[in-house]
Design a protein around this ligand. Sequence first.
Ligand SMILES: C[C@@H](CNC(N)=O)C(=O)O
Ligand SMILES: [Zn+2]
Ligand SMILES: [Zn+2]
Ligand SMILES: [Zn+2]
Length: 517
Amino acid sequence: MTVDATATSVSGVNIKSSQNRLLIKNGRIVNDDGIEEADVYIEDGIIKQVGRNLIIPGGTRTIDAAGKLVMPGGIDPHTHFELEMMGAKTADDFYKGTRAAVAGGTTTIIDFVLPEKGQSLLEAYANWREKADNKVCCDYGLHVGVTWWSPAVQKEMKQLVSEQYGVNSFKMFMAYRNTWMLDDYDLYCAIETCAELKALPQVHAENGHIIARNTEKLLAAGVTRPEGHQLSRDEEVESEAVNRACVIANQANSPLYIVHMMSKSAVRALQLARNKQKQPVYGETLAATVGTDGTHYRNSCFRHAAAHVLSPPLRPDPSTPQAMVEALADDHLQLIGSDNCTFHEKDKEIGKGNFSKIPNGVNGVEDRMTILWQKGVNTGIMDPCRFVAVTSSSAAKIFNLWPQKGRVAVNSDADIVVWDPRLEKTITAASHKQAVDFNIFEGQHVVGGPQYVIVNGRVCLDDGELRVVEGLGKFLKTPINSPYVYGEQNLSHGDHDLLEPLSRDSPDRVNGSSVPT
Ligand SMILES: C[C@@H](CNC(N)=O)C(=O)O
Ligand SMILES: [Zn+2]
Ligand SMILES: [Zn+2]
Ligand SMILES: [Zn+2]
């Protein structure tokens, strides 16, 4: 078990006992539905009191959060640690990846079990649990990929949504034609099965057949460098699939979650669908999409260009990053993940001479929150409450972890970020906590970041000092039938009014805060 040098002790018990009472004073609590000036008292990993003039037992550590924001720990619904794909293994494992997540203010991640075609989903699930359980520094959940279809797959999906396994979402690929892609018939069956199980279907929305033919033509024409990746799958190849997935979900009377939406065209297709579908459709974008763009594919340095290769690709349209931030602010997109799927230079070089062989994926798990704060809040495009929604609360609601996760409130887990809006840094690979040897946000100066990060009541980022403990995180079972997806009931929440479920017709947000101060 690896422990940061400055941790107080190696034995879990000592660490927990020395950390189990904590008071966060003088801060401004920011939840997705409001801001309040109040103190937070934590004991044994749970928020026990929120308010002023709290009665606190002796021996309680106090963090002074004056001038800072006290937010729910970030939830990253899209990571790939220790994934093997395209002949390589990701650089960030479950220890380094979750350590970097905590360093950036994220205290829950949801990773993807991706079975090979023909492989048992249960077997793949067991492999992922084996990889993650003893390494994670924060709590984690799992989505499961449906990368092939048969009655046996359907049967295993039914097992995976049981309390024993705790899975409530499945990802289907409309691209990766030779490895994970399903045709429309099988995709329809898989989405139908998700709806029957009250689980959430997710799709990777690109047209894999168009990509395959474009790739053949580009390579035949001698286009082999990373820009070929972007040329093989431009925006309409994504938005066509967004539309098709929404139609299939509508035919199946199913909700839908579209992962890593990368373009304005895709957002337009999603908006059309959200306005007419019988069931909710959710759109996710990425730190990469708001923090950089597709102009890097033409960089003369192969390492630089290849580092930006992910699917769907970053777009060359320079207005995309801000448009995606505005879409998040206006609830035309619902949340932001990282899709952290990092490969060292030696692995990206598998694609030297043939762009279609470059392992797909970028970094983002560490910088997701600071990048969005910089691009969204510092610019005035979104207010802090919406920032909390898209980086934490909405994922908690959609994946049915709310209000255990995604909220600073009594009885919620003590996963909390003390956010310093004046904390400045320049992002570099040399200084980031991730294992990977490149950072697509290299050189970006950001203002605003985590000063303290508390994971289940333990101070894991302590005034900038990283003090995570490998294996301290636990597996989170995500129950089916989320009230915010299947809408069977509104969860009342203590002293708050009935919370509106995340709904596809939530009024477009007018820029600026509609939050009671
Ligand atoms: C497998 C994974 C790879 N990352 C990426 N988006 O290129 C994904 O498609 O989400
Ligand atoms: Zn994908
Ligand atoms: Zn370079
Ligand atoms: Zn992914």
